[in-house]
Design a protein around this ligand. Structure first.
Ligand code: HPA
Length: 223
């Protein structure tokens, strides 16, 4: 299962990468498709923006549909000069400013972590293709427009490289249901240098990321 935030990206992935894709979900325009990729059943489901939205879909996919692996394919903002625009970020773990896990774990701080096998195969596929790739911790924020940027600086001082809005919830739910999950994000905007990608560049780097995601899922499911 691939999970882009934007449902129109789900449609684009289905049209460009899957064979015999059919749309199974249009509720709230949160498009979902199922088809095959190199003979293996693969689906693609929009998650919407933010952890509460993703968590609805991820819960149902894990609980009702027994989805074995979810790879989020999204964009992120770079927080350090270790990253350049268009780089691929493989999120080994995801910090968060969300209260979802604080409530779930009664105040205990849970370390939301990627599936090692998916991460390893994504890293190998990206390296084979020569895609500039960074493995690092990211921040899943609830606030696209941060009211407390100094807190982001503190996280950066502790190794966080990029910011997006969904991975922490995905990793937590995958752990709960004992499934595999990984967030792959391309850097769409650089919060240090102010650089941004154009729409064309975003589509091209998005396609490359989808290929990395599909190939790494296949490598893991065939193990
Ligand atoms: N903040 C949060 N999420 C994002 C960003 C950002 O700057 N860029 C892409 N997704």
């Amino acid at each position: 299962m691939l999970m882009p935030g934007d449902p129109l990206r789900a449609q684009w992935i289905a049209e460009n990468f899957l064979e015999n894709a059919r749309c199974y979900c249009r509720v709230r325009n949160m498009l979902g498709y199922t088809g095959t990729y190199r003979g293996e059943r693969v689906s693609v489901q929009g998650s919407g923006m933010g952890q509460p939205s993703l968590a609805i879909y991820a819960n149902e996919l894990f609980r009702e549909y027994e989805v074995a692996q979810v790879v989020r394919v999204g964009s992120c903002g770079a927080l350090t000069n270790a990253l350049r625009i268009r780089d691929v970020v493989l999120a080994i773990s995801a910090a968060t400013d969300s209260s979802m896990n604080r409530l779930r774990f009664h105040g205990l701080d849970y370390a939301a972590t990627a599936d090692f096998e998916l991460l390893r195969s994504a890293y190998d596929v990206a390296a084979e293709r020569g895609a500039p790739t960074v493995v690092g911790q990211i921040l899943s924020t609830d606030s696209f427009y941060s009211p407390r940027p100094e807190l982001v600086d503190l996280l950066v001082a502790h190794g966080v490289v990029a910011v997006e809005m969904e991975a922490n919830a995905l990793y937590t739910l995958a752990a709960q249901y004992r499934r595999r999950a990984l967030a792959i994000c391309t850097v769409s905007d650089h919060l240090v240098t102010g650089e941004e990608t154009t729409a064309d560049e975003r589509e091209q780097t998005f396609g490359q990321m989808v290929e990395i995601a599909l190939e790494s899922m296949l490598a893991v499911s065939l193990e």
